[in-house]
Design a protein around this ligand. Structure first.
Ligand SMILES: [Zn+2]
Length: 266
């Protein structure tokens, strides 16, 4: 507080912190992230002016990814870093300041609590949610690199099966921009699964304007990295989450051997 303004806390000691570290002592080279893990809203923001059904659908969080991410972290013995607050409060995979960072409109839903937001109010969301999460990732990567531990970033997401009336055919997609290694290995393994419709940079590609975690923590730090998007209807229940975690754990175990053979992990 350098400007003397009163800056009320959004998330106090009594509230759940945004940063969720799971299996932090995991020994795997894979470091998992989940930017849209949770859908909490700081009590001070109420319900953002939205009815309950809007706060449980895909615009609020990545449905199913929490269960997949934690099971996958356990199976791989990997460290998972996740963010517990809703992407409607602040999207932790958008550059702060981008229009979609604190969206006033998501798909066809207007978010009253995000309309006409003051600079201070937007800054508070960044300071109390976005920053602790990304500082947490940055610190973990820094510690791992200092300890010369191999670190491969895997950013986990899920996508809605229908967006703006258009059906998505893919079961899973590999998402990437500058990494030329891991997304191609992942795509090779996913294509070998005969029951899957696989998206190659579908339903989205990663880029610097619409993404944050991969460009900043993966590419800028020189880590081998990929994004993964899983269709939400496949991981809506625990059974689906378990099956997808087991499938991905099997595939990533094979990929780890290939990365080691190529000396990209050692
Ligand atoms: Zn997501």
């Amino acid at each position: 507080m350098t400007d003397g303004h009163h800056q009320p806390r959004l998330i106090g000691e009594e509230n759940v912190p945004p940063l969720h570290q799971y299996n932090a002592s995991g020994r795997s080279p894979f470091l998992l992230t989940a930017d849209h893990y949770g859908r909490l809203i700081p009590p001070a923001l109420g319900d953002l002016g939205l009815p309950e059904p809007e706060l449980t659908r895909h615009i609020a969080w990545d449905i199913g990814i929490a269960g997949v991410a934690e099971r996958l972290a356990t199976l791989l013995d990997a460290h998972l870093i996740a963010q517990r607050y809703s992407r409607l409060v602040i999207d932790c995979n958008r550059p702060p300041g981008a229009a979609s960072s604190i969206p006033a409109l998501s798909e066809a839903t207007t978010i009253p609590g995000n309309e006409g937001l003051s600079r201070d109010a937007a800054e508070a969301r960044r300071r109390e949610i976005f920053d602790p999460y990304h500082h947490g990732i940055d610190a973990v990567i820094g510690q791992r690199l200092q300890a010369q531990r191999p670190t491969v970033l895997v950013s986990l997401h899920s996508f809605t099966p229908v967006y703006a009336g258009v059906e998505r055919p893919w079961h899973i997609g590999a998402l990437y921009n500058r990494d030329t290694v891991l997304p191609q290995l992942l795509l090779k393994h996913l294509h070998a699964e005969s029951d899957l419709v696989v998206g190659d940079n579908e339903p989205y590609a990663v880029n610097d304007l619409t993404d944050y975690t991969i460009p900043v923590h993966g590419e800028a730090r020189g880590l081998v990295n990929t994004g993964i998007e899983i269709r939400q209807d496949l991981i809506a229940d625990q059974s689906g989450q378990r099956q997808w975690a087991e499938r991905l754990a099997r595939i990533f175990a094979e990929i780890e051997l290939e990365l080691r053979a190529e000396r990209l992990v050692d």
